[in-house]
Ligand binder design. Structure first.
Ligand SMILES: *[C@@H]1O[C@H](CO)[C@@H](O)[C@H](O)[C@H]1NC(C)=O
Ligand SMILES: *[C@@H]1O[C@H](CO)[C@@H](O)[C@H](O)[C@H]1NC(C)=O
Length: 380
């Protein structure tokens, strides 16, 4: 891909040289350069993680974890499936909207070329977790180490366009989002009774282990140049329609998965505080996804939802059994459901979540929210 950009540039430069004077050529190249620099003034956005933030990378992979057929995308501007695990926009799309950028493309998209690279990129892949053995049942997905490897490759590609210094500036000034951890419970420790990990670790020991691995991942992200990273804790795993269907005879959030989230989230915040002290600045920002979800799960009517238990698309108890497909039940109005499918929120719920990112108090966003980040970074 780098080769083709380089050769296109060479061809157009040759054309310019042939058809115009040397003076015109230097004018044109000056204009091109300053345009590139101006574009890198806009803040880039990079996304890492799992299906909550995947914008379509899995479309390009041989995996069963995919959202590329209807009714996924039914409320997307094109009304077509895109690979987003949502009826419409997902959390990264709405963050892009709020920071005034166009949505970042999936890293594997062939459209991610040339100037579009300066907007950032989305490396997320549905099904992955902190651990390499999380989501193995989905076969070929982009595990977190590979997502970081792709981010390195991205920087080399951008570097070949604007040089290493401008690339580093673009990365240092960018906004990052990383969402990991939920699958290490639902698609690993609790995937089957007596899973390998649950025989190996008690729940508290498992949480400690995955948190220590997560710390290494975040440290590597810092080493790769990230300086403003929104890190989401896990949502209330026991309250998603699939877990209600599997583990909740009375419709209450499944206690064991809630316990897992309640062990994981405070330790994650602790690790982010440690990393920030090591860096001597507020690089990592905790987004309390658990609390953001619980607001509308415990009081759906207050947020305009008719239910927070039943998924819009699915079948069986709570529409929480199996996948969302063209043959599933589908609610006519997605705006009054908190959950789109058995695991993932609707666009409307995602909008509520992102508005907490932007203006939430310190109980939601710590040490600061996105509007504070934007104001701070605009000044430096
Ligand atoms: C996961 O795999 C990568 C290589 O693909 C390796 O570098 C890393 O150490 C592995 N992580 C764990 C926790 O085993
Ligand atoms: C979050 O954003 C609002 C502005 O919308 C601001 O008043 C508030 O102080 C911020 N809170 C934190 C903890 O940064």
């Amino acid at each position: 891909m780098c080769m083709s950009i380089a050769s296109t540039t060479t061809t157009s430069l040759l054309l310019i040289m042939e058809s115009s004077s040397v003076l015109l050529f230097s004018l044109v190249s000056l204009l091109v350069l300053s345009e590139l620099v101006q574009q890198s003034e806009a803040r880039a956005f990079f996304v890492f993680g799992d299906s909550l933030v995947d914008s379509g990378n899995n479309n390009y992979l041989a995996t069963t974890a995919r959202a590329d057929s209807p009714p996924y995308g039914i409320d997307y501007p094109t009304h077509r499936p895109t690979g987003r695990f949502s009826n419409g926009l997902n959390i990264p799309d709405i963050i892009s909207e709020r920071i005034g950028e166009e949505p970042t493309l999936p890293y594997l998209s062939p459209e991610l070329q040339g100037e579009r690279l300066f907007v950032g990129a989305n490396f997320a892949s549905a099904g992955i977790g902190i651990l390499n053995d999380t989501g193995i049942q989905f076969l070929n997905i982009i595990r977190i180490n590979q997502q970081l490897g792709y981010f390195q490759q991205y920087q080399e590609r951008v570097s070949s366009l604007i040089g290493p210094d401008e690339t580093q500036r673009l990365v240092n000034q960018a906004l990052f989002l990383i969402t990991l951890g939920g699958n290490d419970f639902v698609n690993n420790y609790y995937l089957v009774p007596f899973s390998a990990r649950s025989r190996e670790f008690s729940l508290p020991d498992y949480v400690q282990y995955i948190i220590s691995e997560y710390k290494k991942i975040l440290a590597r992200l810092y080493d790769l140049g990230a300086r403003r990273v929104l890190v989401t804790g896990t949502g209330p795993l026991g309250c998603v329609p699939t877990e209600l269907a599997l583990r909740s005879p009375n419709g209450e959030c499944a206690a064991e998965l809630q316990r897992a989230a309640n062990l994981f989230n405070p330790q994650l915040e602790q690790v982010l505080n440690e990393l920030n002290s090591e860096a001597g600045s507020d690089v990592f920002v905790t987004a309390n996804a658990f609390r953001m979800h619980m607001d509308f799960i415990s009081n759906p009517q207050a947020y305009g939802f008719v239910t927070s238990k039943v998924a819009c698309c699915g079948q069986g108890a709570y529409n929480g059994v199996g996948l969302c497909t063209i043959a599933s039940n589908l609610c006519p109005n997605r705006d009054i459901y908190a959950f789109w499918d058995a695991f993932h929120p609707t666009e409307r719920a995602n909008r509520i979540i992102v508005s907490r990112f932007v203006t939430g108090s310190s109980e939601y966003m710590s040490p600061m929210n996105l509007s504070t980040i934007m104001a701070l970074d605009a000044r430096t």
